[in-house]
Each structure stands twice: as structure tokens, then as C-alpha cells.
Design a protein. Structure first.
Length: 149
């Protein structure tokens, strides 16, 4: 059986989200790193142990212990406290390459986090549907964590 390739419009992804955080820039950036790493959770609030090596070339991966896990990406760029950029396959176990950018800026007495996730590859429909919710959850948890400090 030979499958036909999907059209290019089905092989690209571009998600943009923003959230305002009532906390200083440095506090918000630290909360983001914490949320992307050890405080990461699935949408249902279930812990999802991640490691984020917060330096250029550092890995972002799901740590299952005992040298088991799933590589999600590399830190492509980090400029504390205004930019975290990751490139890699993320959750996908199929041909898929993502670029995720978190840009932070001072705004309205707090911090504005702007997320952009662009990707190219075979994107399963269930993943396409869940991505916006997953990123929104990380942003919301980051906001709560930063505002609680």
C-alpha cells in the first residue's frame, strides 16, 4: 500500500499565544524555567517530569528515570530574562521539527509572555488539536507560579 503525502498546509503549524503576568520580568522568567522543567504537568495536572538544561545547546527532555526518557529539543537561544527558544521534535515520534519561542517583555506593571510555536512535518491530528491547550496550560501555570512569589 502506498500512501499519498499530505499537502503542505497540513504539514505546517503556527501557534501564537500571549499572557500578562503581574510579576517582574526576572521572576516570571525563573517561573517559566521552573514550569518547563521540574514543575511541568500534563493538561490533567498529572506530573510530567521534564529536565531543562537552561543554556545554549542544553537539552529539554522527559526524564523517566534510570536513563530512560524522551528527547524534546535543544535550547537554541536563551537571553535571560527575555528569551527562551527551543528547537526539536518535542513530543513527536515521527518526522516533525519545531521551533518554540518564549519572548518576555515588561508591560503594564508586569510581564508579557509571547509564545510562538512553528513546526514542519507530519503532524498527527490529535497532537495538532492538543497543542494550543498544552501551551496555554504552561503559560497559565507560569503566571500562577510567578504571581505567587
Amino acid at each position: 500500500m502506498i500512501a499519498t503525502a499530505p499537502g503542505i498546509e497540513n504539514m505546517t503549524l503556527d501557534i501564537k499565544q500571549e499572557i500578562h503576568v503581574n510579576a517582574p520580568l526576572e521572576t516570571t522568567f525563573a517561573a517559566l524555567l521552573d514550569q518547563m522543567g521540574p514543575r511541568n504537568a500534563r493538561g490533567e495536572g498529572q506530573p510530567m517530569p521534564m529536565k531543562l538544561e537552561a543554556w545554549p545547546g542544553g537539552r529539554w527532555y522527559r526524564d523517566l528515570g534510570d536513563n530512560n526518557g524522551h528527547f524534546w529539543g535543544h535550547v537554541q537561544a536563551i537571553k535571560r530574562p527575555t528569551l527562551l527558544e527551543i528547537s526539536g521534535p518535542l513530543f513527536a515520534s515521527y518526522p516533525f521539527l519545531s521551533n518554540v519561542q518564549y519572548r518576555l517583555s515588561e508591560a503594564d506593571g508586569g510581564t508579557l509572555i509571547s509564545l510562538r510555536h512553528t513546526a514542519l512535518g507530519l503532524i498527527e491530528e490529535q497532537h495538532r488539536e492538543g497543542l494550543g491547550q498544552g501551551w496555554a496550560s504552561i503559560l497559565e501555570q507560569t503566571r500562577k507560579r510567578a504571581e505567587a512569589q
